[in-house]
Design a protein around this ligand. Structure first.
Ligand code: ADP
Ligand code: MG
Length: 246
């Protein structure tokens, strides 16, 4: 479903070039939960930002459903962006909007009318178990609840892929596990493809059907992404349709 080939990205800084991604090649199957492991500074967030089309790589190719997404623009780019939901590290919620308002935002940006945006946002908050917190401002939410709002906001465009950057790093173990359980439940019930970036491999590994490892901008070992691990690898991938579209 996603195919990444020869992806490279160098940042030019005052202290010299930083090779954040070096010739990264891997693919992701529809419906799987792929872990992207690596220590701090490995290039994980840069990879995620490239996949989410928020950063342009210097070279390489990213294909989504066979289409080279790095060459699209305009309306096509808008369509591709809708297919990818991102949960950023640190939630990135707007503190001036309540939970519902935060979740509505991507749809407002896409030009949806308010009524439809509100209904969809409300459904997304139900999906993450936060229907009782719709009117709450972020400052009144716990860390786990903020993470759920961020996940709902990523889901509101009904994406095919959900990408999460270090979703558990700011949470205590029990809350982290409940977030991972939620992500796994969403994967199983909707068939959404999940990419989860983490350095907490023990914790997050429990929901990954497969992983790749990245260090110093490069995949750690050729073939490492063929190694299946975790406890759920024998389960059949959920069947299409990916979403019950409204
Ligand atoms: N915008 C940027 N400008 C300069 N250097 C950057 C930028 N973003 C990331 N880097 C550098 O690229 C490398 C990889 O960073 P990152 O992708 O954030 O790693 P990770 O998410 O695995 O911790 C690091 O050395 C980081 O300092
Ligand atoms: Mg990072």
């Amino acid at each position: 479903m996603i195919s990444v080939k020869g992806l490279s990205k160098t940042f030019h800084t005052l202290s010299g070039p930083v090779h954040a991604l070096k010739n990264v090649t891997f693919s992701v199957k529809a419906g799987e939960v792929l872990g992207i492991y690596g220590p701090s500074g490995a290039g994980k967030t840069t990879l995620l930002r490239c996949l989410a089309l928020l950063e342009s790589p210097d070279s390489g190719e990213i294909r989504l459903d066979g289409k080279n997404v790095l060459s699209v623009s305009g309306e096509q780019l808008r369509q591709v962006r809708m297919k990818i939901g991102v949960v950023f590290q640190g939630y990135n919620l707007l503190f001036s909007r309540n939970a519902l308002g935060n979740v509505m935002l991507p749809l407002e940006i896409q030009g949806f009318d308010k009524h439809k945006a509100r209904n969809r946002a409300s459904t997304a908050l139900d999906m993450v178990g936060l229907s009782h917190r719709k009117d709450f401002m972020p400052s009144l939410l716990s860390g786990g609840e903020k993470q759920r709002v961020a996940i709902a906001r990523a889901l509101v465009t009904q994406p095919e892929v959900l990408i999460l950057d270090e979703p558990t790093s700011a949470l205590d173990k029990r809350t982290a596990e409940s977030i991972l359980e939620l992500v796994q439940g969403l994967n199983r019930s909707t068939g959404i493809t999940v990419l989860v970036v983490t350095h907490q491999t023990d914790l997050v590994g429990a929901i990954c059907s497969r992983h790749i490892s990245i260090n110093h901008g490069a995949l750690a070992a050729p073939g490492c992404n063929d190694v299946y691990q975790g406890t759920f690898h024998e389960q059949a991938l959920p069947a299409a349709p990916i979403w019950e579209r409204q």
